[in-house]
Design a protein around this ligand. Structure first.
Ligand code: NAI
Length: 237
């Protein structure tokens, strides 16, 4: 049977790098993002028989329809990576309610919706593996990122609870918590300013996170774990 993996946020950044690590390992991939054309370009760059899907993870119907479509075209989903995410940094007193809602819906509710849909299939398949992409900010907090931090911290609690809930069904759920990684999300940041707090002295690359994601995805005896990939940043926070 095909090893089918859905990667939400697979069109660019960390999600796309995960796809680049998985494609040569024989997985059949569904790259999911809001913009279908960008996801299609990422899928065709991989070569092989990978597919792209458009979905807003914050919308229940979108997620439901996407899972139906993915399973129709690729077969049952055995692996899930939730890398879709947004951040809207601002001090809490200046943060609009809509900005709170959009971050919580995309980063936390979105992963709950995709996990729920995936777990239903994984139970039928008698096994599966999920990696949710959190953040070091969800563990340590950061000024100007209280809402983002809540969304990522919530993802840790959710993932650990779900790991307990589905372990008997041979489904594993883990979290990756990256530090500063070179992607579109961080391109506005001045690396010079931040790197003095990073023991390894630099931002990470998406591919470095991707290898850790795939390690968790494939590790048969690890569940409910939070793996920090941050160049040592947490040691100084
Ligand atoms: P990115 O901005 O390059 O990629 C984000 C991806 O999420 C894109 O594919 C985008 O289409 C997708 N996405 C955003 N909102 C969506 C929605 N509503 N529905 C479906 N797809 C949506 O960012 P990056 O850096 O690759 O981020 C990936 C994950 O890693 C995010 O969850 C982010 O919070 C997390 N992260 C990133 C860090 C960094 O330094 N870049 C550090 C810690 C965590």
């Amino acid at each position: 049977m095909d090893k089918v993996c859905a990667i939400f946020g697979g069109s660019r950044g960390i999600g796309r790098a995960v796809a680049q690590v998985m494609a040569p390992k024989g997985y059949r991939l569904a790259l999911v993002a809001r913009d279908l054309r960008v996801a299609q370009a990422a899928a065709s760059d991989l070569g092989g028989d990978h597919l792209a899907f458009s979905c807003d993870v914050a919308k229940e119907h979108d997620v439901q329809n996407t899972f139906e479509e993915m399973e129709k075209r690729l077969g049952p989903i055995r692996f899930l990576v939730n890398a879709a995410g947004i951040n809207r940094d601002s001090l809490l007193v200046r943060t609009k309610t809509e900005e709170m809602v959009s971050q919580l819906h995309t980063n936390l509710l979105g992963s709950m919706l995709t996990c729920r849909a995936a777990v239903k299939t994984m139970i039928q398949q008698q096994g599966g593996s999920i990696v949710n992409v959190g953040s070091i900010i969800g563990l340590k907090g950061n000024s100007g990122q209280s809402v983002y931090s809540a969304s990522k911290g919530g993802l840790v609690g959710f993932s650990r609870a779900l790991a307990k809930e589905v372990a008997r069904k041979k489904i594993r759920v883990n979290v990756i918590a990256p530090g500063f990684i070179h992607t579109d999300m961080t391109k506005h940041l001045k690396e010079e300013h931040f790197k003095k707090n990073i023991p390894l002295g630099r931002f990470g690359e998406a591919i470095e996170v991707a290898h850790a994601v795939v390690f968790l995805l494939e590790s048969p005896y690890i569940t409910g774990h939070v793996l920090v990939v941050d160049g040592g940043l947490q040691l100084t926070m």
